[in-house]
Write a protein that binds this ligand. Sequence first.
Ligand SMILES: Nc1ncnc2c1ncn2[C@@H]1O[C@H](COP(=O)(O)OP(=O)(O)OP(=O)(O)O)[C@@H](O)[C@H]1O
Ligand SMILES: C[C@@](O)(CCOP(=O)(O)OP(=O)(O)O)CC(=O)O
Length: 397
Amino acid sequence: MVYYIASTTAPVNIATLKYWGKRDKALNLPTNSSISVTLSQDDLRTLTSAATGPELRQDKLWLNGKEESLASERTQQCLKELRTLRKQLEDEDSSLPKFSMWGLHIVSQNNFPTAAGLASSAAGFAALVVAIARLYQLPQSMSELSEIARQGSGSACRSLFGGYVAWEMGKEADGSDSKAVEISPMEHWPQLKAAILVVNASKKDTSSTSGMQLTVKTSELFQERVKTVVPQRFIHMKEAIENKNWSRFSELTMKDSNSFHATCLDSYPPIFYMNDTSKKIVRLCHAINDFYGTYVVAYTFDAGPNAVLYYLQENEAKLFAFIYKLFDKVPGWETKFSEQDLQKFLEVYENDVSGKLQFEIDDELQKGVSRVILTQVGPGPLSTRESLIDENTGFPK
Ligand SMILES: Nc1ncnc2c1ncn2[C@@H]1O[C@H](COP(=O)(O)OP(=O)(O)OP(=O)(O)O)[C@@H](O)[C@H]1O
Ligand SMILES: C[C@@](O)(CCOP(=O)(O)OP(=O)(O)O)CC(=O)O
């Protein structure tokens, strides 16, 4: 049997200017433009393989080792658009095999918790679209493919690029100008790092999709956010990235996270994504910045309680003096540091911080965090020879 197979990895992205609100639910068109940082695939990534062949009659998906339904309208829309593009190629060149007529087997693995507010849908849909586009040998650019990934999950469109990425909301009713573009590649500002404090790795209560629908419908504050706050912030954040202006970037990032969660609280009935631990982490970050008298850390929270802390490499020891001291018992540190390195963070705490800090380190804060993920800005989707599909059967290995 002949099977054609392509595989790719795709990254997670974490927004610094949040997407929250749709102006068209079916096409996933947003009410505001957004900005994100793509994170390194060494630490968080989806690996997806896609196969087709004349024997495959049905589309099938296996996610993290289990067969899953492909019935969701969003996934169907992505598959339909990719097939249409492939069909155009086949119509132009009759020697091409008729991939557009055959079934697809898609096998995917996330190397981190799925649906836990760690942007698995973003990496997942980005990988699905890119793997199939490569299998189909589509000539479309990443920006063009981002319009398809967007229909799977809005934030997924930003995972088609590495580095610093904007999703331009666009104006057209058909969504043809609502796509991701690169602001700067990772090489432009490679010193940006992220420490993710995993607060609760269980499934979240209110999905992003239904949460944002409720906010659009009920929050007055939201109107102000999309009309005035975000358009200005978008320009300023883009400038901050282009100029590598860390203080500006971190201030805007924290303010935008707070603004997004404020519109959730202003929804009726209110939506709570941050929990008590998240709020304590916010206070801790402000205490750290106050302590040093400069921006050392910037927090941001998505639709869940986990904290993403952005910081610059040069400030790592200053930040870790605090967060390693607090969360040294949880797993994750050993992925990047030796025992000796970690000991040094404790020494910085003992020498520079202890006794001088206006912040009470409490038990509850320590108990609320279960894991740290240490990562940094990274590249966009990468082709890989690693395949999850058996080339003799067309099924998962
Ligand atoms: N590798 C993948 N391939 C295809 N679909 C995926 C993949 N990973 C996740 N998904 C889809 O995304 C869903 C999870 O999306 P959801 O938005 O609930 O969580 P999240 O992405 O972790 O959180 P958020 O987007 O709010 O940060 C999964 O149930 C699955 O349908
Ligand atoms: C808070 C956010 O993470 C919301 C992400 O929402 P999704 O992209 O998951 O929503 P859907 O388009 O409905 O799939 C902010 C962001 O990533 O910009």
